[in-house]
Design a protein around this ligand. Structure first.
Ligand SMILES: Cc1cc2nc3c(=O)[nH]c(=O)nc-3n(C[C@H](O)[C@H](O)[C@H](O)COP(=O)(O)O)c2cc1C
Length: 196
C-alpha cells in the first residue's frame, strides 16, 4: 500500500464531475490557498492572486462554468451536467505589477492547493482552456491582473483510475461504460532514462 505523499498525490486526480450540492466550506478554500501561498516562487516575487467563488450554483458560478472547456479528449462529452458541476472555483491570476511572467509559480501553487483539497477528500481540475476575455468581464478583473487558470473544486462523484500506458503508447485519458475515468501514466522505468 502506498503511504504518505505518494498516497496523497495518487488521490489527487483531475476530477471533472462533482456532488454539486456538497458545498466546499470557505475555510477549506482558504486553507487550500494557504498551501499555495507557502509554495515556492521564482525570485520569491509571489505574483499570484486568487479569486474565490464558493457558490458554484450561484449566478457568478454559472457564468464561470460557461467560460470553461472540459476534457478535450472526450469528444462526446461537453462537460459536467447540472447536478455534477463544480461546487466552487478558485481563479488563479498573475499580478503584472509584480512580475511580467509567472514561470512555474502557478503550477507549484496549484499542485499545493489541490493536494490540500485531496487531504480533505475533495478534488478538482485545473482548467487552462478558459475564455479569458469573457471571464475577466464576469469577474470584473482589473487591468493589471492576468487570468492564468481556473481550478474547479468539489466533492468528486466520479472514479478516476491510473493505469499503464497501452502498448501503442496512447496517453489520452478515456471513460468506460460505467463512466470510470482512466488516466494512462508512463512507467517509471521509461522516465528515468539514465543512472550515471
Ligand atoms: C496545465 C494544465 C492544464 C489543464 N487544462 C485542462 C483543461 O483546460 N480542461 C480539462 O478538462 N483538464 C485540464 N487539465 C487536466 C489534465 O487533463 C489532467 O491533468 C491529465 O489528464 C492527467 O490526469 P490527472 O490529473 O488525473 O493525472 C489540465 C492540466 C494541467 C496540468
Amino acid at each position: 500500500m502506498k503511504t504518505g505523499i505518494i498516497d496523497l498525490i495518487t488521490k489527487n486526480r483531475s476530477y471533472r464531475r462533482f456532488f454539486q450540492d456538497v458545498e466546499v466550506p470557505y475555510d477549506a478554500l482558504e486553507s487550500m490557498i494557504e498551501a499555495a501561498r507557502l509554495s515556492p516562487s521564482g525570485a520569491n516575487r509571489q505574483p499570484l492572486k486568487y479569486i474565490i467563488c464558493q457558490d458554484g450554483k450561484g449566478k457568478t458560478g454559472r457564468e464561470i462554468f460557461d467560460c470553461l472547456v472540459w476534457a478535450a479528449y472526450l469528444k462526446d462529452w461537453d462537460g459536467p451536467v447540472e447536478g455534477e458541476r463544480p461546487a466552487a472555483y478558485v481563479v488563479v491570476l498573475g499580478d503584472t505589477a509584480i512580475a511580467s511572467n509567472f514561470g512555474i509559480d502557478a503550477g507549484l501553487s496549484i499542485q499545493s492547493l489541490l493536494l490540500g483539497a485531496a487531504e480533505k477528500s475533495l478534488g478538482g481540475c485545473i482548467i487552462q482552456s478558459v475564455k479569458r476575455d469573457e471571464l475577466a468581464k464576469v469577474l470584473d478583473v482589473s487591468a493589471g491582473l492576468e487570468i492564468l487558470y481556473v481550478i474547479a473544486l468539489g466533492k468528486p462523484v466520479e472514479r478516476v483510475v491510473i493505469e499503464q500506458l497501452p502498448a501503442d503508447g496512447d496517453f489520452k485519458y478515456w471513460r468506460d461504460e460505467q463512466h470510470v475515468h482512466h488516466v494512462p501514466k508512463r512507467a517509471l522505468k521509461d522516465l528515468i532514462i539514465a543512472e550515471k
